[in-house]
Write a protein that binds this ligand. Structure first.
Ligand code: FAD
Ligand code: ZN
Length: 444
């Protein structure tokens, strides 16, 4: 990267070359990815982002956009010494349009702040992740984030009406519509959602809000196995008219890890059970009769139940090393998948302890194993993903591709899909300046 390019970039907006200030932005929070960057750009307006990309395009300077730096696949880290653009100062949340049930926010707005702004207006923005205190709307859209309410409201891409994107050459693509119906050709905004910053930089979005769900009950119930969970899910969806907002599966071993490692947690039930489901929706006593379980009777109890679920990753980390797979298969196939894949993994890596949990309602499990060493990591991932492929599932259901799963992408997607992705990348970013080395973007 040329000194001239850097000096021109520095004239555009607030920036830093201080290694101490840059350091937290080039490290991933778990320490899984380390990058480096000569320059951190801190634009506060779309116009500044536009000028930055125009210079990068002209000078062939690679750049990585970063939101809250909570991504799990290395997408937000400048692994090759790229310039880094933080959206931290693009954090304006505009007034809620209560009648239209929409909210306009800049890309760097923190998810939790967007959720509170919606709640203050008596509405709800349903995207909810354990990282919501630091992740941003731009990051959520760029990773097409999932979370615990996908069952009812869909993933991030389902929650967007309009988008503003700065293209690789600096042109601003203004798609900031708030209408609910718009069949005017290709839906270009969807191209940038889930693109992990490889096709453009998202600067603002018009988001869909929803009425707060009524009569929301949180229940934690004991189940014999994943098949019982799938049956219960169908029964409760039928009984509530499809109004469940969450249906999370938790194994006994997961609860035990949380009780062991996370302070102030308690087993909600008096007798252990091999599996549990954490369920939210307009549940009645009648719907839950015959099940061993508890219903939260206060907000504090509700939080305690969710804390068990949300502490699983942290408890796994404190327990030791783990192999993680973010997979999805059709919901009805989950029980068969779990049985088959656990047997196969344990044959390959004896002693691997399964800790599978997650979004059963979406067919998405964090199909993890506690292990003593990581020597079998790649072989186990290959085995699990090959089985997922046979079920026509996804080897990356909610965390994306980033730098981590590039090989899998090429292995499991058809050549036609890969060629179309590459063609899109070439068309929208012919000089490969946007997040090179991520998804299908060539290395710089
Ligand atoms: P970053 O990590 O900063 O960036 C993520 C990607 O988006 C990178 O490729 C980056 O280049 C790109 N990007 C960021 N901003 C922009 C922009 N404005 N324009 C273009 N590209 C951009 N994910 C889930 O889906 N579901 C979960 O339940 C979930 N739970 C999590 C729990 C924890 C504790 C943690 C740490 C992470 C979790 N994640 C989850 C992953 C992560 O929080 C999400 O991927 C989140 O959407 C990333 O947002 P971010 O602002 O931190 O983005
Ligand atoms: Zn998840």
């Amino acid at each position: 990267m040329s000194a001239d390019a850097l000096s021109r970039l520095k004239q555009v907006c607030a920036h830093s070359e201080d290694p101490a200030e840059i350091a937290p932005h080039v490290e991933e929070w778990r320490g899984a990815w380390h990058g480096h960057s000569p320059l951190l750009l801190k634009p506060a307006t779309t116009e500044e982002v536009s000028r930055i990309l125009a210079i990068c395009h002209e000078t062939g300077t690679a750049i990585v956009p970063q939101g809250g730096n909570t991504g799990l696949v290395g997408g937000q880290i400048p692994l090759h010494g790229e310039v880094l653009l933080t959206t931290a100062r693009l954090n304006c949340i505009h007034d809620v349009d209560a009648a239209g049930a929409t909210l306009r926010a800049q890309a760097g707005a923190i998810l939790a702040d967007v959720r509170s702004a919606a709640a203050d207006a008596g509405l709800m923005f349903p995207l909810s992740l354990a990282s919501e205190g630091s992740c941003t709307i731009g990051g959520n859209l760029s990773t097409n984030a999932g979370g615990v309410n996908v069952l009812r409201y869909g993933m991030a891409r389902d929650l967007v009406l309009g988008l503003e994107v700065v293209l690789a050459d600096g042109r601003v693509l203004d798609l900031m519509h708030s209408v609910r119906k718009d069949n005017t050709g290709y839906d270009l905004k969807q191209l940038f959602i889930g693109a992990e910053g490889t096709l453009g930089i998202i600067t603002a979005a018009e988001l869909k809000l929803f009425p707060k769900p009524r009569d929301c009950v949180t229940a934690f119930v004991a189940l014999a196995d994943p098949a019982a969970a799938v049956t219960l899910l169908a029964r409760l969806q039928d009984a509530t008219g499809g109004l469940l907002t969450a249906f999370e599966l938790i194994p006994r071993v997961g609860v035990e890890l949380v009780l062991k490692h996370i302070p102030d947690t308690a087993d909600p039930l008096s007798r252990p059970s091999p599996w549990y489901a954490l369920i939210e929706g307009p549940l009645t006593e009648e719907m839950l009769s015959g099940l061993d379980g508890v219903v939260a009777s206060s907000e504090a109890q509700r939080r305690a139940l969710w804390r068990l679920r949300e502490s699983l990753s942290e408890a796994q980390k404190r327990e030791g090393l783990s192999l993680k797979h973010d997979i999805a298969v059709p919901v009805a196939d989950l029980p068969a998948f779990v049985a088959e894949a656990v047997t196969a993994v344990q044959a390959l890596a004896p002693g691997a302890r399964p800790v599978s949990f997650g979004h059963l309602g979406d067919g998405n499990l964090h199909f993890n194993f506690q292990v003593r060493d990581l020597s079998q990591r790649d072989a186990v991932a290959r085995l699990v993903h090959d089985i997922v492929q046979r079920y026509r599932g996804s080897f990356s259901a909610e965390h994306g591709i980033g730098a981590l799963k590039r090989e899998e992408l090429v292995r499991y997607k058809s050549p036609v899909e890969i060629e179309l992705m590459r063609a899109l990348k070439r068309t929208l970013d012919p000089k490969n300046i946007l997040n090179p080395g991520k998804i299908v973007a060539p290395l710089p």
